[in-house]
Design a protein around this ligand. Structure first.
Ligand SMILES: NC(=O)c1ccc[n+]([C@@H]2O[C@H](COP(=O)([O-])OP(=O)(O)OC[C@H]3O[C@@H](n4cnc5c(N)ncnc54)[C@H](O)[C@@H]3O)[C@@H](O)[C@H]2O)c1
Length: 222
C-alpha cells in the first residue's frame, strides 16, 4: 500500500517508543492517526506532534488530524469504542498498528501469585488484546471493502526462547504465529504482518534492565 495523505491509522501503544515513532512517521506522510494508550500526557503530546506534521498536508479539515484516546487495550469495550470513534472521525480505517506491550512485571521463577497482576495480565496485553484489535480492524476493513494493512508487534523473543522472561516470549510467540496464520486475508486486500525487533532502546527495554539484556544476549550467543 502506498501511503497517501488522508489515509488513517489506529496505533495502540502510540504514546511511547516504537508506536510513537511509527505514529510520527505516518504523520510525515499526511496520515491521520488515532493514538491509543494508557499514558494521557505522552499520548496527547504525540497527537499534538502528529497534528503539527499533518498541517503541512491538510488545512481546514473540520476535524482533528490526530486524536489521543486513553484506553487499556485489555478492555474490549473500550477498544471497540476507540475503533468506533476513529471510523466516525476519519470515515474508515486504512492501517492498524498493535504496538502496546509490556514485559512481565514479576519474574516467572519468583512469582508466587495467581498471575492476575503478572503473567496472566502480560498475556492479556501482549497477545489477547492483539488478537482482539486485529479482529476488530479486519471487521472494519472488510465492511468498507477497501484494502488495509495491519501490523502486529512481535519480537525476536517470539522467534527464539527468551530465558529471562518466558511469559513475554510465550506471548510474542503467540503473536508471531497468530499473525502469520492470517496470511490468507491478503487475497481479500488486507495485508497483516508481524514485526520482530531485537532490542530497541525504549522505556520497555530500559525497564527490562541492562542486566537482563546482557544475560539474554549471553545465553543467545552461547
Ligand atoms: N523495545 C524493544 O526492545 C522491543 C523489542 C521487540 C519488541 N518490542 C515490542 O514493541 C512494542 C512497543 O514496545 P516499546 O519498546 O515501544 O515500549 P514502550 O514501553 O516505549 O511503549 C509501549 C506503550 O504501550 C503502552 N501500553 C502498555 N500497556 C498498555 C495497555 N494495557 N493498554 C494501552 N496501552 C498500553 C504503554 O503505555 C506505552 O506507551 C511492544 O509490543 C514490545 O513488546 C519491543
Amino acid at each position: 500500500m502506498e501511503l497517501k495523505p488522508g489515509f488513517s491509522a489506529f496505533v495502540t501503544g502510540g504514546a511511547s517508543g516504537i508506536g510513537r515513532a511509527l505514529s510520527l512517521a505516518l504523520a510525515g506522510k499526511g496520515v491521520f492517526v488515532t493514538v491509543v494508550d494508557l499514558s494521557e500526557e505522552k499520548g496527547n503530546e504525540v497527537a499534538a506532534l502528529v497534528e503539527k506534521e499533518n498541517a503541512k498536508f491538510h488545512s481546514n479539515l473540520g476535524f482533528p488530524s490526530a486524536m489521543f484516546i486513553r484506553c487499556d487495550v485489555t478492555n474490549t469495550r473500550d477498544t471497540s469504542a476507540a475503533f468506533e470513534k476513529h471510523v466516525a472521525t476519519y470515515g474508515g480505517l486504512d492501517i492498524c498498528i498493535n504496538s502496546a506491550g509490556i514485559s512481565n512485571p514479576i519474574p516467572f521463577h519468583e512469582d508466587q501469585t495467581d498471575g492476575t497482576r503478572s503473567w496472566r495480565f502480560t498475556v492479556d496485553v501482549n497477545l489477547v488484546a492483539v488478537i482482539d484489535c486485529t479482529q476488530k480492524a479486519i471487521g472494519i476493513m472488510q465492511a468498507a471493502k477497501k484494502p488495509g494493512v495491519i501490523i502486529n508487534m512481535g519480537s525476536s523473543a517470539g522467534l527464539y526462547p527468551f530465558y529471562t522472561d518466558p511469559i513475554y516470549s510465550a506471548s510474542k510467540g503467540g503473536v508471531v504465529l497468530f499473525t502469520r496464520s492470517l496470511t490468507p486475508y491478503k487475497s481479500k486486500g488486507i495485508r497483516i504482518n508481524v514485526l520482530c525487533p531485537e532490542f530497541v532502546e525504549t522505556e520497555l527495554a530500559l525497564k527490562a534492565g541492562s542486566k537482563l539484556i546482557d544475560l539474554a544476549l549471553y545465553l543467545w550467543i552461547r
